[in-house]
Design a protein around this ligand. Structure first.
Ligand code: ADP
Ligand code: ADP
Length: 236
């Protein structure tokens, strides 16, 4: 089933035409990888999915971007509600300078959950989903900045999952990490794809082949091809 659909989507950074007539469907509960050379619009399209580009002055969007049957650039969409449904993880792990616990509890608290038992439960479930619980369960009050980069990135994934999103966006989420931490995140992405729609930007063709169900090729602001990853990578 399709969860995201771009129809003739164009994005301009002032005069610069960054996305050119993108037509694309993204299936739910699967991993879609965006690949292509640097500067070709992968990150721009990813950020368009949670309206992060709105914050950049002079950005103009034409066309439709439909998520769960709603055109997210139509007037009546509430950006806060959208961001609750569409979580994001960045290239550099960016935990808040707070405890591990408070990082994960941040989103739920923001959305009004105050009950301690409920928050404990969400923190535990989210850290388990992010394959981090066993490593941190005995020191949840430690600073998030005291754990390794790979653990911080999994913490950022837990923080994103804690508000129960449908979609998780990952913008080169492993490119600042060592190979072992990268493999852990790739395994995690594969574990999560039954429950979440994951859209990831990567510059690594092998990573796209390893973890994605669908691969989208970008060039100069255009989507030049997209298909099942197995099909795309099976022909030599
Ligand atoms: P990719 O993720 O494929 O490396 P981006 O989506 O980051 O590419 O960038 C696509 C193009 O848009 C690049 O030419 C980049 O320089 C330009 N661009 C990105 N962000 C901005 C911005 N805020 N203002 C102007 N141009 C931008
Ligand atoms: P302390 O350092 O005081 O022993 P911890 O670091 O063990 O505290 O725990 C920090 C927070 O995490 C506490 O507020 C606690 O309620 C919560 N917590 C501890 N164990 C669990 C658990 N099994 N599930 C969810 N939350 C927990």
């Amino acid at each position: 089933t399709t969860i995201i659909e771009a129809k003739d989507l164009n994005l301009f950074y002032s005069e610069f035409h960054a996305l050119k007539g993108v037509n694309l469907t993204i299936p739910e509960k699967a991993v879609t990888a965006f690949i292509g050379p640097s500067g070709c619009g992968k990150s721009t399209l990813l950020r368009t999915l949670n309206r992060m580009n709105d914050m950049i002055v002079g950005t103009r969007i034409e066309g439709k971007l439909i998520i769960n049957d709603t055109d997210i650039y139509s007037q009546e969409v509430d950006v806060e509600t959208l961001r609750k449904k569409v979580g994001m993880v960045f290239q550099q792990p960016n935990p808040f300078p707070k405890s591990i616990y408070d990082n994960v509890a941040y989103g739920p608290r923001l959305h009004g959950i105050k009950n301690k038992q409920k928050l404990d439960e969400i923190v535990e479930t989210s850290l388990k989903s992010a394959a981090l619980w066993d490593e941190v369960k005995d020191h949840l009050k430690r600073s998030a900045l005291s754990i390794s980069g790979g653990q911080q990135q999994r913490l950022c994934i837990a923080r994103a999952l804690a508000v129960n999103p449908d979609i998780l966006l990952m913008d080169e989420a492993t490119s600042a990490l060592d190979p072992i931490s990268t493999l852990k995140i790739e395994e995690l992405v594969q574990d999560l794809r039954d429950r979440y729609t994951i859209v990831m930007v990567t510059h690594n063709m092998h990573q796209a082949a390893r973890v994605s169900n669908q691969t989208v090729f970008f060039l100069n602001g255009e989507v030049v091809e997209y298909d099942d990853t197995e099909k795309l990578f099976s022909n030599p």
